[in-house]
Design a protein around this ligand. Structure first.
Ligand code: TRP
Length: 344
C-alpha cells in the first residue's frame, strides 16, 4: 500500500498556497503567470492565497502606501476572479502564526543554506544600504507560509524555486527528527509556462518593483498608458512577426497576445503574416485594455465598498488561522513547549 498523503484537507483535496508581496504594483506578468491561473485551481484544490505584507518590509516601505497597496492588492485578487467563498484569501500579517513558525524554522535552517540564496544576493546588491537580517531570513518566513497550511502544491515562478527547495529541506529535517509534522510541498507548474518579460529589456522578467515603469504594464494602468507602453516596447531587428529566440522582444509580445487571446503562438503568427511590428503592438494594446477593463472596473467597485472588502479579508484570515493554529500547536508540542492553560 502506498503511504497516505499527510495533511490532506478534510474533503480529501490537496492544499495549494501562493502569495505575492505588496511592494510595487501588480503587473500583467503577475496576472498571466499567477493570479489568472490561481482562479482556475479553486475547484481542484484547497487553496490559500496571501498578500504577503510581512515579506514586503524586507525593503523599506512607506507605511501609508503599504496600507493602501495591501488593500488594493487584495481587491485586485478578487477583481481578477479569485472567489473568496471558494478560496482562503488573506493578509499574511493577520495570521500571527506565520511569524511564530518562522522563528522556529529559523532554528532548523543552517546559516550556510541561506547564504546560497540567489535572491538574497541579488537584493542585497540592489539595496546595499539596507542588508537587514529579514532580507536574509526571508526564505524561512516563506517556508513558514507554506508549511503552516500543509501546502502540497506551491505555484511559484522560476525565481522562487530555490526557496521552495529550502522549504522542502527544512520540512524533511524537522520530520526526520520529530516524526511526520509537515506535509511535503512540490512546486506547481501551471499549464502555460508563460513568463512575461520586461518590455524594454525583454531578456529579463517583468518585475512589479522595476524602477522603470515602461518595462511593466500594471493591472491598474489606464488604457492610454497601456497603449503607450505597448507601442514603445522594445522589438528586435528585422520586421517579421515571428516567435524566435533571437527575437526576445517580439516573442514576449506574442506570448502576451497568445495567453490573453487564447490563440496558440502559431495562430498568432499566422494572424500577423505580412504585417509589421507596429500592427502587433497596436492590436496587443487593444487586447490588453479589453482584458483589463473589467478587472479595473471590479477593482474600483471593491475599493468603494471597503466594508465588504474588510469583512471578506477578516473571514479569510479567520479560516486561515484555524488551519495555522493546528499546525503551530503540533510543532510546539513536538518541540516540548508547554501549552498555555494545559493544567486547569
Ligand atoms: N517570495 C515570493 C515571491 O517573491 C512570495 C511568497 C511569500 C510566496 N510567501 C510565499 C510565494 C509562499 C509562494 C508561497 O514571489
Amino acid at each position: 500500500m502506498t503511504k497516505p498523503i499527510f495533511g490532506l484537507a478534510s474533503n480529501g483535496k490537496k492544499n495549494l498556497l501562493s502569495g505575492s508581496a505588496p511592494s510595487g504594483n501588480l503587473t500583467i506578468g503577475n496576472y498571466i503567470g499567477a493570479i489568472k491561473t490561481w482562479g482556475e485551481l479553486q475547484a481542484e484544490f484547497n487553496c490559500y492565497y496571501m498578500v504577503v505584507d510581512l515579506h514586503s518590509i524586507t525593503t523599506r516601505q512607506d507605511p501609508k502606501l503599504l496600507r493602501e497597496r495591501s488593500l488594493s492588492f487584495y481587491a485586485q485578487y478578487l477583481a481578477c476572479g479569485l472567489d473568496p467563498e471558494k478560496n482562503k484569501i488573506f493578509l499574511q500579517s493577520h495570521v500571527s502564526e506565520h511569524a511564530e513558525l518562522a522563528w522556529v524554522l529559523n532554528c532548523f535552517t543552517p546559516f550556510g543554506d541561506l547564504t546560497r540564496m540567489t535572491q538574497f544576493k541579488d537584493k542585497s546588491a540592489k539595496h546595499p544600504k539596507n542588508i537587514n537580517s529579514g532580507l536574509f531570513t526571508y526564505p524561512v518566513l516563506m517556508a513558514a507560509d507554506i508549511l503552516l497550511y500543509d501546502a502540497h502544491l506551491v505555484p511559484v515562478g522560476e525565481d522562487q524555486k530555490q526557496h521552495l527547495e529550502l522549504t522542502r529541506d527544512i520540512a524533511l529535517r524537522f520530520n526526520n527528527e520529530f516524526g511526520e509534522t509537515f506535509a511535503f510541498p512540490d512546486p506547481f507548474i501551471g499549464k502555460v509556462g508563460a513568463r512575461i518579460m520586461a518590455l524594454q529589456e525583454p531578456t529579463r522578467k517583468m518585475d512589479k518593483s522595476d524602477p522603470n515603469a515602461n518595462n511593466t504594464i500594471y493591472l491598474l494602468d489606464d488604457p492610454k498608458l497601456i497603449t503607450k507602453k505597448c507601442k514603445s516596447a522594445q522589438t528586435d531587428s528585422g520586421s517579421e512577426v515571428r516567435f524566435a529566440e533571437d527575437k526576445p522582444g517580439v516573442a514576449n509580445l506574442l506570448t502576451i497576445y497568445s495567453v490573453l487571446s487564447g490563440l496558440t503562438i502559431p495562430q498568432v503568427e499566422e494572424k500577423f503574416v505580412g504585417k509589421m511590428y507596429g500592427h502587433l503592438k497596436v492590436e496587443l494594446a487593444e487586447l490588453v485594455c479589453a482584458t483589463l477593463a473589467p478587472v479595473q472596473a471590479r477593482h474600483a467597485d471593491l475599493m468603494k465598498n471597503q466594508d465588504y472588502l474588510h469583512s471578506v479579508m477578516q473571514k479569510g484570515a479567520d479560516l486561515a488561522a484555524e488551519h495555522a493554529a493546528k499546525t503551530l500547536a503540533r510543532v510546539y508540542d513536538k518541540l516540548g513547549f508547554i501549552p498555555k492553560g494545559a493544567r486547569k
